[in-house]
Design a protein around this ligand. Sequence first.
Ligand code: 13P
Length: 262
Amino acid sequence: MASNDRKPLISGNWKMNHNHFEAIQTIQKLAYALEKDDYEAVDVSVHPPFTDLRSVQTVIQADDIPIALGAQNVHQETSGAFTGEVSPTMLAKLDVSYVIVGHSERRELFGETDEIVNAKAKAVLAAGMTPIVCCGETLEERTAGQAESKVAGQISGSLAGLDAATVGDLVVAYEPIWAIGTGETATPEDAQQMCGHIRSLIESEWGAAAAAGVRIQYGGSVKPGNAPELMAQPDIDGALVGGASLDADDFSRIVKYPLYQA
Ligand code: 13P
């Protein structure tokens, strides 16, 4: 795809790390490290654990920080007898903008299917937020030459029933499972190939405008050192960062990737 006007989105998925005191420190350090130019070039979101959301929201509001608040998961129902779950409307009330759905850890460790991910994505949209819909293959699937078909199934299943305008506004994160937390990153070429594949799948199911609008993030051992090259790929519109997002210095260096591009 030729040059585009998709604004990159760099998201920090803190997973089950940082209590609310640590979260406050991290967001404050991040706000200190990032400048107006950074926010003009790149959208930034942080995804703390549920117990930290209110604390981080308060800091963001009080200091008028242009970082979007995100969540890592959500339940698909609005309210009811779902012990331990958090609803989309509860997140929206905390000014959450982005919600990760279908992260591979949710799919693998908590049994989330494409149907569940699809229901969650729809619930997030209904509450006025943007889902970050995750997909990605295992090492075995890649070795067996099944990576593209696995991701294709996840995309059609997870986005089923959404209209083209909605798909054009959402975020997809391609995270090869073998690259998550392993220090092993997909090469920029491999990451580009799969992100390009995802964009063409979206084009064939939802049309050219949806494909041109959807932002596709890469995730899996993104670090300050490899971010510039990954982000230079034409179909990579951002990064979903795990480990390196816990440290404000590392994460801000990733956000500042344009400074390190040739
Ligand atoms: P790492 O950056 O720690 O590999 O995690 C990636 C990820 O799963 C982000 O959602």
